[in-house]
Design a protein around this ligand. Structure first.
Ligand SMILES: Cc1cc2nc3c(=O)[nH]c(=O)nc-3n(C[C@H](O)[C@H](O)[C@H](O)COP(=O)(O)OP(=O)(O)OC[C@H]3O[C@@H](n4cnc5c(N)ncnc54)[C@H](O)[C@@H]3O)c2cc1C
Length: 411
């Protein structure tokens, strides 16, 4: 039995704690914000086993100017952040060739094919099963031309093992009568599901792990010093030593990786949500709107509209235009919605090639990285935790981790 520190109590960190404890390890999770204090709080809650298409795709060269300039675009760049973003952006554009995009999609599809394995056993517990809703995700297109433009990515998904059915106007109306009749085509993804409250799910997971001996430390990790046979962890509450350390600090992981010898071009794709209290009954499943870049999910606290992408760093200022876009577009899609509340900003941890970092650090095999899960950290949390436990145990990981190594950015 080893003494393992996990940094971060989001989907990736608490799933890692779960799988490490299944192997009998003593685990301490460090997080000043507690369970679901980061991006894991306010996401759309979809288990998106179909989401193997990374943001870096060849159409970016065609679409980027329109995305940057159109007033109703769900994508924004804060121009004052451009100087800091440039190295990330250049790598992002370099990763958007057809060859590299297909390689990223293929690697993601291998992780996604095992994603359910990361959750099946965990979500069998009654306290967690209560949040798991089996309704499949419906992804909609309001313009026939946009659906036609997506056919090559749908074909790639299918070739990578994603199962889906295409729905027409009448089928969409039958599936979701609360929607306005503005959608031409929809895609229903088989095997997908959703969480009715991602934050409550994680709090329940934390509670069940604490009952089995998990230590929660409410301090921030400020330093990591790998030594032979151990890792020294500095926190704002004092130092401690661990046999292994797992870095799952989401968008905050970059300085911790730097201390262990790895320069990773991690940045944040900021996203927003708003909530419509009491409106969950208007839809029965997560519904994505392709042109507007968001999902609407029926949650316990209300109907959540979550999405958009803003490249603007880690400062807390919100973009009112993107919140307004979520509001006006969701009311257009679901005319029965009233007024929203609880606007939220979250930071998706994103590497420029769209792949997470999963694997050992350069300086020490005892420091393991699991961060950078971009738009699909809920989906990949469970399997990432299982892979972390494989690395600590010295088992062959269930997925080839070579494409996810931090060293892919070296040089
Ligand atoms: C609007 C939006 C919608 C989304 N929808 C979906 C979806 O439907 N499905 C899906 O799969 N994914 C979705 N995502 C993505 C998903 O939310 C993230 O990928 C996921 O939450 C990342 O989890 P994480 O555990 O890596 O990071 P986080 O949840 O950000 O957790 C990291 C934790 O580390 C802690 N931390 C940071 N620094 C330190 C430190 N130095 N010491 C100790 N602790 C530290 C933070 O407090 C935080 O709690 C969405 C994201 C957004 C923004």
């Amino acid at each position: 039995m080893a003494n393992v520190a996990v940094i971060g109590a989001g989907f990736v960190g608490l799933s890692s704690a779960y799988w490490l404890m299944q192997d009998g390890h003593q685990v301490t999770v460090y997080d000043p914000a507690g369970a679901a204090g980061g991006a894991s709080f306010g996401n759309a809650g979809t288990f998106a086993n179909y989401a193997c298409i990374p943001v870096n795709n060849p159409s970016v060269f065609r679409d980027l100017p329109r995305y940057l300039l159109a007033g109703d675009s769900p994508f924004r760049l804060r121009w004052s952040y451009l100087p800091q973003l440039t190295p990330w952006l250049l790598r992002f554009l370099a990763s958007s060739s057809r060859r590299r995009y297909t390689a990223s999609a293929t690697a993601l599809s291998h992780l996604l094919a095992r994603a359910q394995d990361g959750y099946t056993q965990m979500t069998a517990q009654a306290s967690l099963a209560a949040y798991v809703k089996p309704s499949e995700c419906l992804y909609l297109y309001s313009g026939a031309a946009n659906f036609a433009a997506s056919e090559s990515t749908l074909a790639l998904r299918r070739s990578l093992g994603v199962n889906f059915t295409v729905q027409g106007r009448d089928e969409i109306a039958r599936l979701e009568p609360g929607l306005a009749p503005i959608f031409d085509r929809g895609v229903l993804y088989q095997g997908s599901w959703f969480l009715s409250s991602p934050a409550d799910f994680l709090r329940a997971l934390q509670a069940s792990l604490v009952a089995r001996g998990l230590q929660m430390a409410g301090s921030a990790v400020t330093g990591l010093q790998p030594q032979s046979g151990a890792v020294h962890v500095s926190t704002d509450a004092g130092p401690s030593g661990h046999d292994w350390v797992v870095v799952c600090a989401g968008a905050h992981s970059k300085p911790l990786a730097h201390q262990c010898g790895d320069e990773v071009p991690l940045d944040a794709e900021r996203g927003y949500h708003i909530m419509y209290p009491g409106a969950s009954r208007l839809i029965s499943r997560p519904i994505g709107w392709a042109e507007r870049g968001f999902y609407m999910t029926p949650m316990e606290q209300g109907l959540r509209v979550a999405g958009t992408v803003e490249l603007a760093g880690m400062k807390p200022q919100r973009h009112q235009g993107l919140l307004d876009l979520l509001h006006f577009a969701s009311k257009r899609a679901v005319p029965g919605l009233g007024e929203p509340n609880a606007p939220w900003l979250g930071f998706r941890p994103t590497l420029p090639d769209g792949l997470p970092v999963l694997g050992r650090s350069r300086d020490s095999a005892r420091v393991i990285y699991a961060f950078g899960h971009q738009h699909i950290g809920v989906t990949l949390g469970g399997i990432s935790g299982a892979l972390v436990a494989d690395l600590v145990a010295g088992r062959a990981p269930a997925v080839d981790l070579a494409p996810f190594a931090a060293s892919r950015f070296a040089g």
